[in-house]
Ligand binder design. Sequence first.
Ligand SMILES: CC(C)(COP(=O)(O)OP(=O)(O)OC[C@H]1O[C@@H](n2cnc3c(N)ncnc32)[C@H](O)[C@@H]1OP(=O)(O)O)[C@@H](O)C(=O)NCCC(=O)NCCS
Length: 179
Amino acid sequence: MIHDRDLRPPAPIAASAFAPTRAAGRALVIEPVRLRDLRAVARLQRRAFRPALAYGLTTLIVLWLLPHVRFLVARRGEAVLGCAIGDRQEADTRVINLAVDPEARRQGIGAGLLRALEAALPRGNVLLMVEEDNAAAQALYRSEGYGPVGHAKDYYGRGRHGVWMQKQRTGQAAATLRV
Ligand SMILES: CC(C)(COP(=O)(O)OP(=O)(O)OC[C@H]1O[C@@H](n2cnc3c(N)ncnc32)[C@H](O)[C@@H]1OP(=O)(O)O)[C@@H](O)C(=O)NCCC(=O)NCCS
C-alpha cells in the first residue's frame, strides 16, 4: 500500500466504464464503494493494518471524492469484506491500497479485488508498494503476475522497508526504482 502521506492528486483522467464483478457461485459482489460504506471500510482498515498504516475516515472520504481514483469494495450483503483503491499515475496505474478482512482471507477476495481494480484502470503497467516482510501480499501479487522492481528504504518507518512491484501490461521494460 502507498503511505497516506504520499497521496497526491495526479492529473485527472477520463472516467472509465466499470463493470461490477461477481465471484462465481458466491453472493460476493465487487463494486464501487458507496459513501455509506466508508465507516465500514475504515473499520476494515483498522482490522487489516497496524495503526500507522490504516487509512482513516478522512483519507477515505478524500479518496472517494477524487474523480481519478477507483475505489472498490467486496461485499456480501451489507458486510464489507475488502477494498481496493487505485489511480492513474501518468501513463501507468497505481494500486494505492488493498485489504481483506482477516476473517475472510484465502477465499480469493484479494485476487478478485485486484483484478477488478486492474480492469477499472486499464492503462499502462501497474505499480504498487508492499512492505518487505508482508509475505502474504507479496505472494498474492506474484500469483497475479507482479514482480519486484525496486526497493524503498524505511518507507514504512525506521527499518521497515518497501518493495515496489510491477505488473507489465505494455511492451516497455520494467522500471527500476529506488527511493
Ligand atoms: C494480502 C491480502 C489482501 C490477501 O487477501 P486474500 O483475500 O486473503 O487473498 P486471496 O485469497 O485472493 O489469495 C490469492 C493468492 O495469494 C496468495 N496468498 C494470499 N495470502 C497468502 C498467505 N497468507 N500466504 C501465502 N500465500 C498467500 C496465494 O497464492 C493465494 O492463492 P491460494 O489461496 O489459492 O493459495 C490480505 O492478506 C490482507 O488484507 N492483508 C493485510 C493488508 C495488506 O497487507 N494489504 C496489502 C498491502 S500492499
